[in-house]
Design a protein around this ligand. Structure first.
Ligand SMILES: Nc1ncnc2c1ncn2[C@@H]1O[C@H](COP(=O)(O)OP(=O)(O)OP(=O)(O)O)[C@@H](O)[C@H]1O
Ligand SMILES: [Mg+2]
Length: 310
């Protein structure tokens, strides 16, 4: 789906000051601790219910607090409400009940442009996000709507294209790129906006190992800048290796929330199974060998070494 103008939530609602969209400091000046933003949570979701017009109750009471600089994965079976939840974070959807606060302000009271300066959402389907006929203007759209121009704009666009490995494709038509690279282009468009909060809806879908590693390194780079990252994923290995916190959804509710070592520990497997998830292989091998919770390769290797395996 291309054409049809800029999608909602991509800073389409007028120009704001890039250095302080909605009073928010530019991402580069955020510190990694909650104290850097005066203790204000990055996100505060309370009693969030969303009923789509035709009657589906996609969210059924979600409470979620995310501190600045946290790395959070959201997982759960198809249709459990993950995308619906994150679409509330940049104002694409409004709550049927409950509230969403972004950096201390009620999202429903912020203008679309102000919210777009705070939360960058990479859509699950890149073809619903991409609307330009060339790669470079696609990436430049968001930051130029946030007020960047000239060399400053060129710099953020170049950096975003380089981060996703598309620097050589700046003049290409997005629809000549192939799905996995369109997905990376969609990520670049959001990276270029340098929002303090970045939300990635299934960034690794369709990516080979190199693409998954690239996404992992992008998340790590955002984390190193103190930015808050949420990502939806069905790839439990990627989740365990990349994120410090895992939120598990089922039927529009959060049913587990904790570090990978807890969420993928054997005691949690029945809850995971109830939303059609399975802990990563390393966790299952560790449990089978009586090594405790080993959600990552490093933790499995360490546990094996501690036990004296060859
Ligand atoms: N635009 C829409 N209109 C009506 N119902 C919708 C819409 N989008 C999602 N739904 C329904 O809301 C529920 C939650 O969907 P959502 O897309 O949030 O789930 P998800 O966890 O992201 O799933 P997936 O893993 O398949 O992407 C599902 O029952 C889905 O069919
Ligand atoms: Mg989804």
């Amino acid at each position: 789906m291309s054409g049809g103008g800029a999608p909602a939530g991509r800073a389409g609602g007028g120009t704001v000051d890039a250095s302080g969209a909605g009073g928010v400091p530019a991402a580069g000046s955020l510190t990694t601790s909650a104290s850097g933003t005066g203790g204000v949570p990055a996100l505060r979701v309370r009693g969030l219910v969303h009923v789509y017009p035709e009657g589906t109750r996609a969210l059924d009471g979600v409470d979620l607090d995310v501190a600045p600089g946290e790395l959070v994965a959201i997982v759960g079976q198809n249709g459990s409400g993950k995308s619906t939840l994150v679409r509330h974070l940049n104002g694409l959807l409004r709550p049927t009940e409950g509230s969403v606060e972004v950096l201390g302000d009620d999202a429903s009271r912020l203008r679309v442009a102000a919210l777009a300066g705070r939360v960058g959402l990479v859509f699950q389907d890149p073809d619903r996000q991409i609307f330009s006929r060339r790669v470079r203007p696609e990436v430049a759209f968001g930051p130029s709507n946030l007020g960047l121009k000239g060399k400053a704009l060129d710099a953020v666009v170049d950096a975003a294209l380089a981060a996703v490995g598309l620097a050589d494709q700046a003049a290409s038509n997005p629809y000549d790129l192939g799905y996995s690279r369109r997905k990376l282009l969609a990520i670049a468009s959001i990276l270029a906006m340098r929002t303090p909060i970045v939300v990635l809806d299934e960034p690794t879908t369709g990516q080979d190992l190199r693409g998954i590693d690239l996404v992992r390194s992008i998340v790590a780079a955002l984390a190193a800048e103190g930015r808050t990252v949420l990502a939806i994923s069905h790839d439990m290995r990627f989740v365990a290796e990349t994120f410090a916190r895992v939120v598990v959804m089922r039927g529009g509710r959060i049913v587990l929330d904790g570090p990978p070592g807890e969420v993928f520990a054997e005691q949690a497997w029945p809850v995971l199974a109830s939303t059609y998830l399975e802990a990563p292989l390393t966790a299952r091998v560790g449990a089978r060998l009586g090594l405790g919770s080993t959600p990552t390769e490093a933790s499995l290797v360490d546990a094996l070494a501690a036990r004296g395996a060859p």
